[in-house]
Write a protein that binds this ligand. Structure first.
Ligand code: GLC
Length: 535
């Protein structure tokens, strides 16, 4: 038996538990300014704990001009006044720990804000002590940018500093200059940032765009992507062979891991959009560990078909077993459209069941537990730079998945008192789609989510057990088993809209059905049904 397939009690918290992502601007406003904050989050932590999750991950809360809503950090070691104070943060950590929740922060090492003291110093001129903390290049012979690299939000990845005549690199906005990770002083300073927060009791980090830390130092043009189609985002026009997944990046991550390992039981999960073969190496080896979890975003990227999802789950699980690394699964985050909108309302519980029963750590995006969907944003309310800078690509804006949480039927869904317009519109659907209403409805999506997390608690096979998929005999049905110490739990997922008779696979006692009843052993799987059966 693989050493990773062990009883839940022997697993680390980040293997055993569910990570719940909070987008702080949109969770709960406590001071009536239309933007969520730390005190609001603290007040809602009992709700988060009631979901049966293990950890909260907060998207950035640090000092920032908010041009990329906090992913442009001006001071890594302080809280932006919009969100509160360091005292509010300490209170949040204390309350989370009292409730048995771990706290994870968003660590943004690839770039700072141009308002950061380091960059303000660096841009004073080539003699600045901090000049080499960022990436500077001379113009091309025609005076233009040094090469063809493009920013994720469209436009060149280089901006001219007219004073020195040099360009600086930014993989995102011009106001998000890339740090130069080749410089050991940068790596030391960024290691100290981790120590600062671990000393304050932080349990882990989600590491922003960790696969982008290094660039090839020849600064060659990147090749065109032959599959790019006009009308899709400009960044996809190139193949990012010199700006992503460079060997130096792996070395830098090993150093970051050493910093984490100075402390007990801390973890980091890295944001990495790569195919499995390039993704799994980011976990490193037992001798040279890297991130504890390299985010697996493939459930977001794959077409929603039983056969394709099964094939991916089989390949990924086998690759994790072979590499001795722990799997993880994601359906949504603040950069991706809501999964209920993506897979369709009929498939919502099938997807939720899949996320919470596959082998590996699930990450849940706030509001997905009550079934929030994309919220249409009128053009004049669009604020996300990815959307504002790319008006010809309608799907580029991430505002639709970042709207305020729906708590109750009060004005603005209870997110903010209502004297100030919330920073993004609240979905009109809140009147019938909110936490309070779902709390009192045993058949609600919220209570279905809780039933799933209870099952994980009561059936260790669902957490630590081995995974093996089964031939269901129906093209639309993905079936798999989780087994541990003689316990066999079968998960049956109908991706289609026809009823399916499955014979032996459906035998056993129904632990949970997405339809809300208790089908007898062997009963046909109904359209769009998810069912969990104990043999
Ligand atoms: C990551 C974040 C995204 C942000 C970008 C730049 O992809 O998830 O929200 O815009 O990095 O920091």
């Amino acid at each position: 038996m693989n050493e990773q397939i062990v009883a839940a009690g022997e697993l680390k918290w980040w293997q055993r538990g569910i990570i719940y992502q909070i987008y702080p601007r949109s969770f709960q406003d406590s001071n009536d300014d239309g933007v969520g904050d730390l005190r609001g989050i603290t007040a809602r932590l009992p709700y988060v704990a009631s979901l049966g999750v293990e950890a909260v991950w907060l998207s950035p809360i640090f000092t920032s001009p908010m041009r990329d809503f906090g992913y442009d950090v001006a001071d890594y070691c302080d809280i932006d006044p919009l969100f509160g104070t360091l005292g509010d943060f300490d209170a949040l950590v204390t309350e989370a720990h009292r409730l048995g929740l771990k706290v994870m922060l968003d660590y943004v090492p690839n770039h700072t804000s141009s308002d950061h003291a380091w960059f303000r110093d660096a841009i004073t001129g080539p003699d600045s002590d901090r000049r080499d903390w960022y990436v500077w290049r001379a113009p091309a012979p025609d005076g233009g940018p040094p090469n063809n690299w493009v920013s994720f939000f469209g436009g060149p990845a280089w901006t001219l500093d007219p004073t020195s005549g040099q360009y600086y690199l930014h993989q995102f906005l011009p106001s998000q200059p890339d740090l130069n990770w080749r410089n050991p002083a940068v790596r030391r300073a960024m290691g100290d940032v981790l120590r600062f927060w671990m000393d304050r009791g932080v349990d882990g980090f989600r590491v922003d765009v960790i696969w982008l830390l290094a660039e090839d130092d020849r600064f060659l043009d990147e090749p065109e992507n032959p599959d790019w189609t006009p009308g899709s985002v400009e960044h996809a026009r190139l193949q990012h062979v010199y700006t992503q997944d460079q060997p130096e990046t792996h070395a830098y991550i090993r150093e970051l891991r050493q910093v984490l390992d100075e402390y007990d039981d801390r973890m980091m999960v890295g944001e990495i959009y790569l195919p499995v073969e390039q993704l799994l190496p980011y976990a490193g080896t037992p001798a040279q560990p890297m991130v504890h979890l390299p985010f697996n975003f493939h459930l977001i990227l794959l077409p929603w078909h039983a056969a394709g999802v099964r094939d991916f789950a089989d390949r990924y699980d086998a690759a994790c077993v072979a590499a001795g690394s722990w799997p993880n699964w994601v359906l949504g985050n603040h950069d991706q459209h809501r999964f209920k909108s993506r897979v369709g309302a009929a498939q919502y519980r099938v997807a939720q069941t899949l996320l919470l029963t596959l082998r590996g750590t699930p990450t849940v995006y706030y509001g997905d537990e009550i079934g929030l969907q994309n919220v249409p944003i009128p053009p004049e309310r669009m604020v996300d730079p990815a959307g504002v800078q790319q008006p010809d690509v309608p799907a580029a804006s991430r505002d639709p998945e970042r709207t305020p949480m729906h708590w109750n039927t009060q004005p603005n869904a209870g997110f903010t008192a209502g004297h100030v317009e919330p920073w993004l519109p609240v979905d009109d659907a809140f009147a019938s789609l909110n936490v309070e209403q779902q709390e009192s409805d045993p058949a609600s999506d919220l209570n279905y989510f809780r039933a799933l997390t209870r099952l994980r608690r009561d059936h260790p096979a669902l957490v630590g057990g081995a995974y093996v998929s089964e031939d269901s005999g129906a093209a639309d049905v993905f079936a798999f088993r989780r087994t541990l110490d003689g316990e066999v739990v079968t998960v049956l997922l109908n991706f289609g809209s026809a009823s399916q008779t499955l014979g032996d696979l459906a035998q056993g006692r129904t632990l949970l059905s997405s339809v809300g009843d208790q089908p007898v052993a062997g009963a046909a799987l109904r359209p769009n049904e998810a069912r969990i059966v104990l043999r």
